[in-house]
Design a protein around this ligand. Structure first.
Ligand SMILES: NC(=O)c1ccc[n+]([C@@H]2O[C@H](COP(=O)([O-])OP(=O)(O)OC[C@H]3O[C@@H](n4cnc5c(N)ncnc54)[C@H](O)[C@@H]3O)[C@@H](O)[C@H]2O)c1
Length: 333
């Protein structure tokens, strides 16, 4: 029988993260008794969780997933853990030492603390980066990792998430710690930061539109990504926590490929200023994730296992992101 969120206690590692802050909102809304947000603020900022300052059910813990002792304490008495602490491709390119440590040893410590404190289930925030640079055709959860053609930081990121996933499977097999691995596509939305290559593109386009400037695209505009709104992702995480289905790896995206040109055109439509036109520039991005003109993330398994489907269109998501940007001028670090 499915579990419920109501009356339960949860820990979110990387609690000051974009996704973690929205999971916290979703848990509180569903009646959670307590949500612990553990973060060392190496990347995230207190601003991301400032809206929770007066919420008595939220407990902030300044802690480090590289310190097992912090996790042993933080997992005491919790029903489930959302393992969000991680280094995306951009911070991985800047600091591979900490990036690899957090994405591998960090999740190992988290699983070990779950085992020690008999935490029932852990949700691991993985990524479609675990497919690397696949050669075309739909990508489902059985698609193998292809490293050829990837930039080094993307390769390190994808490989580190694969190790995290394998550790989850190992702890389930050996110690019965239940898990669900969620492979997010490009997550964007309110409280956006500047650490995710593809979401930064959407955020920049929205920012330019908010300032009534023409949207700038690096490259020919044909690159596609699967952009999924952050509150949809948070809902997927909570559903994966309470679902009867566990020990799965599941793609979390919309299944829709959107080109950079389409993102810009959508943003222009939202602005209501038809005079704005996309401006194309030479592609000089130093760090890129896997990029192609076709992606086709298959999201059927999310529906068949945890009953999740994305609900927020890119246009609606960009509208929400712009609304947030208008009142948070100095966002994104
Ligand atoms: N944002 C995306 O587009 C995306 C896509 C796929 C997967 N993911 C994964 O989802 C997770 C959350 O993504 P996000 O964009 O919300 O991340 P984020 O960058 O906003 O947050 C990561 C958090 O982890 C914290 N952290 C780093 N090292 C830590 C440590 N040693 N101890 C405790 N906390 C530490 C950071 O301070 C930060 O608050 C990450 O694991 C990421 O790899 C994100």
């Amino acid at each position: 029988m499915s579990m419920t969120i109501e009356g339960k206690s949860y820990l979110i590692t990387g609690g000051a993260s974009l996704v973690g802050s929205h999971i916290c909102d979703s848990l509180l809304q569903a009646g959670a008794k307590e949500v612990r947000l553990l973060d060392n603020f190496s990347l995230g900022t207190p601003a991301t969780i400032a809206h929770l300052d007066d919420e008595p059910r939220v407990k902030r813990i300044r802690g480090d997933v590289l310190k097992l002792v912090d996790l042993l304490e933080a997992t005491q008495g919790v029903d489930g853990v959302f393992a969000l602490a991680g280094y995306l491709t951009l911070p991985m390119s800047q600091d591979p030492f900490n990036g690899l440590s957090v994405n591998t040893i960090g999740i190992l410590n988290t699983l070990e603390a779950c085992r020690f404190n008999s935490v029932r289930r852990l949700i691991f925030s993985s990524s479609i980066a675990v497919y690397g640079m696949p050669g075309g055709g739909a990508i489902d959860e059985t698609t193998a990792y292809a490293s050829s053609g990837l930039q080094p930081a993307s390769n390190l990121y994808g490989a580190s998430k694969l190790i995290g996933e394998a550790l989850c499977a190992q702890y389930a097999k050996k110690y019965d710690v239940e898990f669900n691995v969620l492979r997010f596509s490009s997550v964007y939305g309110a409280r956006q930061h500047a650490r995710a290559v593809n979401a930064v593109f959407v955020a920049n386009i929205c920012d330019q539109i908010v300032r009534n400037e023409s949207p700038v695209i690096q490259g020919d505009g044909r690159e596609v990504h699967d952009y999924v709104y952050v509150s949809d992702v948070a809902r997927a995480c909570t559903m994966a926590m309470i679902s009867d289905a566990h020990d799965h790896a599941i793609n979390i995206g919309t299944g829709v490929d959107t080109t950079s040109t389409q993102v810009a055109e959508m943003a222009i439509r939202l602005s209501g200023n038809a005079g704005l036109k996309p401006v194309y520039q030479a592609d000089n991005r130093a760090v890129k994730s896997a990029a192609a003109s076709e992606l086709q993330i298959n999201v059927d398994k999310a529906l068949s296992t945890i009953g999740w489907k994305a609900e927020i269109s890119l246009e609606e998501g960009m509208r929400r992101l712009m609304a947030w940007q208008k009142t948070n001028a100095s966002h994104a670090r």
